[in-house]
Design a protein around this ligand. Sequence first.
Ligand SMILES: Nc1ncnc2c1ncn2[C@@H]1O[C@H](COP(=O)(O)OP(=O)(O)O)[C@@H](O)[C@H]1O
Ligand SMILES: [Mg+2]
Length: 239
Amino acid sequence: MSCSLNIKNISMSRDGRELFKNISLSVSHKEKIAIIGPNGCGKTTLLETIIGLYPIREGSIELFHQKINNSNDFKSVRHMVGYLLQDSDNQFLAPIVEDDVAFSLLARGVDKNEAKAKTDAILDSLEISHLAKKVVYHLSGGEKKLVALAGVLITEPKLMLLDEPTSGLDFEMQLKLMEILKKIDKSIIIISHDKEFVESMVDAIYKISSDGLKRMSSFKTEYIHTHDGLPLHTHPHEH
Ligand SMILES: Nc1ncnc2c1ncn2[C@@H]1O[C@H](COP(=O)(O)OP(=O)(O)O)[C@@H](O)[C@H]1O
Ligand SMILES: [Mg+2]
């Protein structure tokens, strides 16, 4: 199975404070994983490190077999990576929804008509065609998130990095977004602080701890089970 991402033993400090150390992680083709941890533990920093924003002092990162030590290395694989920022307002590239969604394609030299057709298709698939002519900054948080996601999906990345995509959304919108993300057939790293929430959509959950990344047992493999002739059932479980 080909590997989208392979991280070996990286550590990261900020302002002299160690955030995490000895992080190793491998994400294979179309694998979906979640990384959880409390606020400030370095989840966003880890994603930013993966895309080469911070030089790594030890260990290694390979994205699609390209070693990533800085943002220059990242350039050659950038077209395969989609990054959904935690704050959608930081993601927008144009004030009108359809222009924003088409922006990356046009920047890559895609023909205007083709970009328009792809934009219409992606807005339709996310059920937000009615937002096409709206100003991005006038949208609700959930609408913004879907528009930002459209702008990422339209580039057809092979690996998606999603930084707390459901944070700040109301519960209904969170569920809708998770249903959409579940159907995306790509490698995905989703950052969250809510284990219960990501549990239904990923193959594995990892927690950032002081000494590395710890794989957590998941609902799917551990919670629902049967024994002693009992029907399928669950036990309360703390991690
Ligand atoms: N640009 C920055 N410069 C210095 N420190 C930062 C910067 N951004 C974040 N930090 C600090 O790094 C730590 C980890 O931040 P972050 O990776 O955003 O955590 P998380 O995403 O897990 O909440 C926090 O203590 C934060 O204050
Ligand atoms: Mg963060």
